[in-house]
Design a protein around this ligand. Structure first.
Ligand SMILES: Nc1ncnc2c1ncn2[C@@H]1O[C@H](COP(=O)(O)OP(=O)(O)OP(=O)(O)O)[C@@H](O)[C@H]1O
Ligand SMILES: [Mg+2]
Length: 323
């Protein structure tokens, strides 16, 4: 394998209580494109922040190849302290970087560069932040949910841009198609540890289900063994003899390992009583209008939403505007 640009080894971190990361690994080589996946709250953003040097692990090693450039897109970007989006993007460039890329990227992300960061929508802020990390074409891009708030054409454009670029990628995204199109390896974060698959995201779910099924099978085997040994302990007349102490000790070890095991999440059954339905009509809106500084956002909007309706709201992201 190519030498690493970035290598996190045996990373441990807890926020008080059970460790969030318990020996996690992340290996990124030149030009590699990997995605980091795991359930909500499994610690993906935290691991990426450790890779970016934003937070420190409790234990473990963080190696970044000397001279390698790293850029990190946070899940919640902060643009405060800049007067325009262009100034914000340009501040991310290093001496020698192509200054034209700042404008090129802003334009392709639907921004003019003149927007005041204080008045941006969540989507606009994220697009500006994306332009800022892409502009210097770093050796490694660490991207936490880069497609959030992007409309479909913008997502396709970003895919192309990342495919054509030279940067190694670590992607966190809930957009499956985006991950399938881009990733060549998957790092799965689950119950504090990472497992790596050297294939794209399209192969991930089948592989994960196999891993979980094998784990479940091992657990059943252990359970059966414990039951057998407990029967022997209860009914066997020889259990208390000296030479059987080892067998007893082994049983206790199995019990201990069963107790300390972390089970896969998602096996909980829940039931909740429903409150009594209070009516069929949930929202009725007639002729709603809203504008900012004379720019209409909603005009003449009417709708009726009834209990049980499932409504999708779609539309392009805000177009670039001049002030
Ligand atoms: N500074 C902190 N102090 C205490 N707990 C924290 C802190 N930061 C994160 N956590 C907790 O750590 C867990 C993992 O958070 P993290 O943001 O890394 O998850 P994630 O995998 O990125 O989730 P998502 O898919 O929702 O973005 C969460 O339970 C979160 O509440
Ligand atoms: Mg996250």
């Amino acid at each position: 394998m190519a030498p690493p640009l970035l290598h996190l080894r045996n990373i441990r971190l807890d926020h008080g209580g059970r460790p969030l990361l318990d020996g996690a690994e992340l290996f990124v080589a030149l030009g590699e494109r990997l995605c980091l996946v795991g359930r909500n709250g499994s610690g993906k953003s935290t691991l990426l922040k450790i890779a970016a040097g934003i937070i420190e692990a409790d234990k473990g090693e963080v190696f970044v190849h000397p001279g390698a450039t790293v850029r990190y897109l946070p899940q919640e970007p902060d643009l405060s302290g800049f007067s325009t989006t262009l100034a914000f993007v340009e501040a991310g460039l290093a001496p020698g970087d192509d200054p034209h890329r700042a404008r090129y990227l802003l334009e392709h992300l639907g921004l003019t560069g003149e927007e005041d960061p204080a008045n941006l929508s969540g989507g606009e802020a994220r697009r500006a932040a994306l332009a800022r990390v892409l502009a210097p074409e770093p050796d490694i891009l660490l991207l936490d949910e880069p497609t959030n708030h992007l409309d479909l054409p913008a997502i396709e454009w970003l895919e192309d841009e990342l495919k054509r670029g030279r940067s190694a990628l670590v992607l966190i995204s809930h957009d499956r198609r985006f991950l399938e199109n881009l990733s060549r390896a998957v790092v799965w974060l689950d119950r504090g540890i990472t497992r790596r698959l050297d294939r794209g995201f399209a192969a991930f779910e089948g592989w994960r289900d196999d891993v979980l099924a094998r784990e479940e099978e091992e657990r059943h085997k252990l359970d059966r063994k414990i039951v057998m040994e407990e029967d022997w302990l209860r009914y066997g007349v020889t259990a208390r003899r000296k030479r059987n102490e080892r067998r007893l000790r082994l049983l206790n070890e199995m019990r201990q390992s069963r107790r300390s095991e972390r089970r896969a999440e998602g096996t909980v059954k829940m039931a909740a009583s429903e409150s009594e339905a209070s009516g069929k009509l949930v929202i009725e809106a007639v002729g709603v209008m809203k504008s900012y500084d004379g720019r209409p956002i909603v005009a003449g909007f009417s709708t009726r939403i009834q209990r049980g309706d499932r409504v999708g709201i779609v539309g392009p992201t805000a177009p670039a505007r001049r002030r």
